[in-house]
Design a protein around this ligand. Structure first.
Ligand SMILES: C[S@@+](CC[C@H](N)C(=O)[O-])C[C@H]1O[C@@H](n2cnc3c(N)ncnc32)[C@H](O)[C@@H]1O
Ligand code: SF4
Length: 358
């Protein structure tokens, strides 16, 4: 009995097609139905002669949380390795939908304010695991007669720590004979990995980039983002200049509003100075408190609005992120953290037991 084939694996699909002398039209129809129309597995594979050789999903849907407050849905998936990852569907009032995907389980960057960074693990997802988040969310939206408009890499993980799988994912997402998504509707958010940002801008110039800046002061940034030591602010500014030269659109600057950390008048003026001359758009993010960082608190909404007004006054294009799904975030984040920690501990115990020095 041969291993089932993932429809995302073009080489394996082509090999199968040639082996069975299948008309390429069958493969085209399968891809159109599954990747472009997001039909159900059964419907999409119904006339594919080798449907029993396929396995449409590498992720198992584990839980679903729907917000009572707004149109957010959080999907928890279990990977084959047993880890939980999350994807979030944001249904925005304008009718547009955005899917936030994970690129890793956990994250080595270990930012102080981030639940994923506090998980204490970092495992890369492979491209089929990232694409399956898109497929399953797309199928869910299609079943509600909705559509999927934007895909953002703002879920668990640092996408540029998983660069090869990220590039492969974007290739399949934008390939006309696969998902055929517009690159301008894809956004990759990073904590700031300079060389990878420039690579991305060069290889996929239409894909949007977002930099999680969070402070324009080097020592403050280092306190909340350990990776800031490796990629100092001067280097990041030059990186954005380089991306601006390659790309025709703005880079998004994400700025988490943390009370008494980065929200003073001095912080604001320093930020405006740092952004001056760059083709950017500033997005202020309200902080979502996490259990593992009791020392951090978010800036009050009124103060965020004042900060935004002042930044606009200083000539910076500024918006405030309206955060969706707050009611489901805590429940889901805690579940993911707890289960993945338990799993990682079990895994480490097994490795120790089997290591020659144990
Ligand atoms: C989870 S990260 C994933 C992408 C990438 N690793 C990055 O840092 O940009 C996506 C965004 O969520 C933000 N974020 C992390 N923890 C947060 C929290 N507790 N409240 C609000 N935003 C948070 C990050 O700063 C980043 O801008
Ligand atoms: S890089 Fe992004 S995902 Fe990783 S810990 Fe920092 S905020 Fe979280």
């Amino acid at each position: 009995m041969t291993e089932p084939i993932s429809p995302f694996d073009s080489d394996a699909i082509e090999q199968l097609r040639q082996q069975h002398r299948l008309d390429p039209e069958y493969v085209r129809t399968l891809r159109n139905r599954l990747f472009k129309q997001f039909r159900s597995d059964e419907d999409a594979t119904s006339n594919f002669p080798l449907r029993d050789s396929l396995r449409c999903h590498v992720l198992q849907q584990y839980r679903r949380f729907d917000s009572d407050l707004d149109g957010a849905t959080k999907l928890l998936f279990r990977t084959e390795a047993g880890m939980l990852i999350e994807s979030v569907i944001l249904r925005i009032a304008t009718g547009r939908t955005t899917l936030c995907v994970s690129s890793q389980v956990g994250c080595a960057a270990a930012c102080d304010f981030c639940a994923t960074g506090k998980m204490g693990i970092a495992k890369n997802l492979d491209y089929t695991e990232i694409l399956d988040q898109v497929l399953q969310a797309g199928q869910l939206l299609a079943s509600e007669d909705g559509s999927l408009d934007n895909i953002v890499f703002m879920g668990m993980g640092e996408p540029f720590h998983n660069e090869s799988q990220l590039h492969k994912t974007i290739e399949v997402l934008t390939a006309p004979d696969h998902f055929n998504r517009s690159p301008s509707r894809i956004l990759v958010s990073t904590v700031g990995v300079s060389d990878a940002m420039i690579q991305m801008a060069g290889r996929f110039p239409k894909v949007n980039l977002a930099l999680s800046l969070h402070s324009a002061d080097q020592s403050t940034r280092e306190k909340i983002i350990p990776l800031a030591r490796r990629y100092p602010l001067d280097q990041l500014r030059t990186t954005i200049q380089r991306c601006n030269e390659i790309q025709s659109h703005e880079v998004m600057i994400e700025y988490l509003m943390l009370r008494d950390v980065n929200d003073s008048v001095i912080d604001r003026d320093r930020l405006a100075k740092w952004l001056d001359g760059l083709n950017v758009h500033l997005n202020l993010i309200p902080y979502n408190p996490i259990e593992d960082a009791p020392h951090l608190a978010g800036t009050e909404p009124d103060a965020i609005a004042d900060f935004a007004r002042a930044m606009k006054g200083l000539g910076v294009k500024t918006t405030v992120r309206y955060s969706l799904g707050r009611d489901i975030d805590a429940a889901c984040g805690q579940l993911v953290r707890k289960e993945n920690r338990t799993y990682a501990l079990r895994l480490n115990a097994n490795v120790a037991r089997h290591s020659p020095t144990a």
